[in-house]
Write a protein that binds this ligand. Sequence first.
Ligand SMILES: [Zn+2]
Length: 271
Amino acid sequence: MPELPEVETIRRALSAEFLGRELRKLTVKERVHLLKNCGARRLRERLLGRSLETIGRRAKYLLFGFGSETLVLHLRMSGRLLLAPAGHTRLVLEFAPAKKLYFDDTRRFGALYLQPTAELDRLVPLARLGLEPFRPEYTLKGFKGLLGSGQEIKRLLLDQHKLAGLGNIYACEVLYLAGIHPQRPAKSLAPAEARRLYLAIPKVLQAAINAGGSSIDSYRHPDGALGGFQNEFKVYGQAGRPCMACGTLIERIVQGGRSSFYCPSCQPRGL
Ligand SMILES: [Zn+2]
């Protein structure tokens, strides 16, 4: 699933290609699953003839700003935004002068919303998002405020209502960098550990953005290129290989149905 760094990489690539262009045609090829709060006709009524003024991002949501209306898109499991059609086109946006953007989604979990720009924060999935790295409200105090429960720290990091934008890959990498075992109860973290984790989150995300995201499944840049951060994983997918820091073999466990990878020496279980 694309996580925050992949969505940010896509946002930057699309900004370079489409900003300032007028939307001329909009073709919905799959409306049942994709369109969450509007029909294809309303999309065309509200958006055709308008220029794409901004492409923003909130956690893993892309925000296409057409003046007073914003298209909100979540790629979910397999959604891709491409400059050329692939096998599972669900939506086509045609801009002037001639340039097309294809939303391709094999598994059909992608979600599209139309929302008045002035009321963007009130759109339900956005309104429910938790603390987001890189935004001003991401403070050490705010972060520590999330750690009061006995929930396993890895699962807390994946809860989008608490912390927005981290998925399984980066949660594993962040916990490794901070030296924290994924099964530690959140409230057991010492102040120094909470601070290390707070700092590790934007650090890992920024490194991944700089590398153009991680291509481990369907994720591609809009022009088809691969991301590069999968070559820099320290623990994710590395079970059985030696830790780069200490040589101990990386282990894999399952938490909430998701794989967690960690170094048993650098990320001790007990304190
Ligand atoms: Zn280690």
